[in-house]
Design a protein around this ligand. Structure first.
Ligand SMILES: [Zn+2]
Length: 190
């Protein structure tokens, strides 16, 4: 009798615990549903051989974020292929600007990582040169051997929250981001 009473109490406690869990979880799910979906239209007409990589980078950002869609549908974000001078991003406002990918640099650093990183600036992320390859915004500080093209959960959540309007930031305006990928001087021949 005593053990049955204890087990009944356990069931009651477990049920209560589950209900509390569900109650806590629902407000955040509701606010995610309520946020406005945003679309960033990009244009690869001048991206040259990097057009396909731009599409891959868009898919990565779409999969990592909530209520944000990058689509090849217009000119919020223009992507250019350049030769020399280094890859960089020019953000005019959140979700708007231009990304330049340097062919020479893309032969040293992973081109998809460069692309997702530079687009990350357009989506509101600053550089974070701490050498951590798990971060996308560590850029070239993680070295040429780092090929990770994915934003961390924290990086992706920051973008989601910026576009949802649930994170206010004064750092999403007009800004140029250069030197994310240090120029790698080739080893002397012979
Ligand atoms: Zn950068």
């Amino acid at each position: 009798m005593t053990s049955r009473r204890v087990s009944r109490l356990l069931v009651a406690l477990l049920t209560a615990g589950t209900m509390i869990g569900a109650t806590v979880a629902s407000p955040s799910a509701a606010s995610a549903d309520a946020s406005i979906a945003a679309t960033v239209c990009y244009n690869t007409s001048q991206a040259g051989s990097f057009a396909g990589i731009a599409n891959q980078a868009a898919t990565i950002w779409n999969n990592a974020t909530v209520n944000l869609t990058l689509s090849n549908c217009g000119s919020n974000l223009r992507i250019y292929q350049i030769t020399g001078g280094g890859s960089y991003a020019v953000r005019t406002s959140l979700g708007n600007g231009r990304v330049y990918i340097d062919t020479q640099q893309a032969a040293q650093y992973n081109p998809l990582r460069i692309m997702t990183h530079e687009i990350g600036h357009i989506l509101g992320l600053p550089d974070n040169y701490n050498g951590n390859c798990a971060l996308l915004m560590s850029g070239g500080s993680a070295g040429t051997s780092c090929t990770n093209p994915y934003p961390s959960t924290a990086e992706a959540n920051r973008v989601s929250n910026l576009f949802a309007g649930t994170l206010a930031s004064t750092d999403t305006g007009s800004q140029v981001f250069r030197d994310s990928w240090p120029i790698f001087s080739a080893a002397p021949v012979g």
